[in-house]
Design a protein around this ligand. Structure first.
Ligand code: ATP
Ligand code: MG
Length: 211
């Protein structure tokens, strides 16, 4: 079982959007996936409740208390567990990093977002410092394709730990917000470009043997 967490203490960085679409992509590829909603805000839970009954989507389980997460996750049976985590929740973030095999940090191309990701980076580094293993990378989100500014900001020298950045970025596309609102993923929309970028993220994670 692989546990992959979407993590960033910065609110609105795209954690839920990325968690939902990655979980759906993996579910569609035939893997047994559970999406955990570790955020008391309940975005993934609400998303799933809004899903049309006939749509084949992965199950969502709410584990939004840090202690509950640690004990309950051991009882789950799945090939891949995707965890959507809350913003500004140190204890939950620490517990998520403790159990995660892979941490993906969605980060929007702005200084404020980049600086706020330092908390997640420190948790990952802390796990490695005590001999723990965790693969981790930034995932640029809401990137505007019309400018190089996004990449420039994200490629700055702020990343003192030298954490990787995925080659694929999630673009700013209305279909992400629409799919979330409709209780589906971008795979249920007509936005071929959004589907293609989620496919590429999965491919990148598989090629790195992180999945
Ligand atoms: N790639 C994208 N393109 C367009 N809109 C997006 C994209 N990613 C996220 N959004 C929108 O931005 C808002 C915040 O996204 P999301 O809920 O995924 O962030 P979050 O990190 O989970 O937020 P929180 O910290 O509150 O849990 C939502 O309204 C979502 O629909
Ligand atoms: Mg969220």
């Amino acid at each position: 079982m692989k546990i992959i967490a979407l993590l960033n203490e910065k609110g609105g960085s795209g954690k839920s959007t990325c968690a939902i679409n990655l979980a759906c992509a993996l579910h569609r590829s035939g893997r047994q996936v559970i999406l955990i909603d570790a955020d008391p805000q309940g975005t993934a839970r609400d998303w799933r409740e809004a899903s049309p009954a006939a749509t084949d989507l992965p199950p969502v389980i709410v584990l939004d208390r840090p202690e509950l997460l640690l004990t309950s996750i051991k009882t789950l049976v799945a090939e891949i567990i995707v965890i959507d985590t809350p913003a500004k929740a140190e204890k939950m973030s620490a517990n998520v990093v403790r159990i995660a095999d892979v941490a993906i940090i969605p980060v929007q191309p702005s200084g404020a977002d980049v600086w706020a990701s330092a908390a997640a980076v420190k948790l990952i580094q802390g796990k490695r410092d005590i001999g723990g293993t965790i693969d981790a990378a930034f995932l640029p989100t809401r990137v505007s394709s019309s400018t190089n500014l996004s990449r420039d900001i994200l490629a700055g020298d702020w990343n003192e730990y030298g954490l990787d950045m995925l080659d694929t970025a999630v673009s700013n596309r209305v279909s992400y917000a629409q799919a979330l609102t409709d209780g589906v993923s971008v795979y249920e929309t007509r936005d071929g470009l959004a589907k293609a970028e989620i496919d590429l993220i999965v491919k990148e994670l598989e090629e790195a043997a992180w999945l």
